[in-house]
Design a protein around this ligand. Sequence first.
Ligand code: C2E
Ligand code: CA
Ligand code: CA
Ligand code: CA
Length: 280
Amino acid sequence: SKEKGGNCIQFFNESMRNSFQERLEIEHSLRLAVDKGQFELYFQPKTRMNSVTSMEALLRWKDPQLGYVSPATFIPIAEEIGLILQIDEWSLFMACKQNKEWQDEGLLHVPISVNISAKHFQQDSLIPLIKKALELSGMEPRYLKLEITESVFIKDPLQVAEVIYRLKQLGVLISIDDFGKGYSSMYQLLQLPFDEIKIDRQFITDIHQDEKKALLVKSIFDIAHGLHLNVVAEGVECEAERDRLLQMGCDEIQGYLFSPPVNKDAMRKFLAEADDQLVR
Ligand code: C2E
Ligand code: CA
Ligand code: CA
Ligand code: CA
């Protein structure tokens, strides 16, 4: 029994050591990836029925040794070890540049959404960063939408409010991501000049089969529309969910039903097809 206990402890230590090593490996590779710019930007279209209305830029990282590492894994690590500012800067610049390129090709003009970590709200660098991205790309501010999560309000709500106002003065759009997932931001929602909320996937999944969920989401839509906010549903995977959401007044649909995040060639095709639909 003593021996067994010993083994258990050893096993525990072993797995801990493995995950610790794995974590160090990711940290190390992430630093290299930032230095070498080993990222790719993917794009997920948002639609109303089947026409593209906007898109979200999502980061992809393929490490030579580790393979694809999910942003859900490496973004929190990047936030902890202080790499997130550089990573978000890269996404932001690439997203603006790419969207402007598509616009200059004469493709459909739609806003591009970029995820901005809450860490940026603890710095003074966010406003200059956004200005620089707009200047360098030449993209009009109204085509840039910043996705921030409710967690930005935890630290210093007043300072965050000031940054939000200054961002709005630049003419960019602001979206509350993962709405409903964190602590309630209903109060901030009433106070601050946001343009959009994105309802988290957990409230969307099976909405056509769950009347309580539907009731909750419908009431969020009504409040949001009363405040003239655009409402996006995340993680829409089947037609029944989409139909129910559109019927309840949802403005935009995002999810695997229409398309997962895709590379820039595939996204360009979506934009070109959307153009064809408009011309006909
Ligand atoms: P998010 O901003 O909530 O992005 C939506 C996530 O849901 C994406 O995961 C997307 O691929 C996934 N998704 C989209 N449609 C569906 C669906 O129908 N079903 C399911 N199950 N999932 C769907 P992804 O690309 O793995 O990104 C994970 C998170 O990483 C993002 O969540 C975002 O918080 C973060 N992230 C990604 N790129 C960046 C970035 O450039 N900067 C920052 N700060 N965060 C980023
Ligand atoms: Ca997002
Ligand atoms: Ca989200
Ligand atoms: Ca999410």
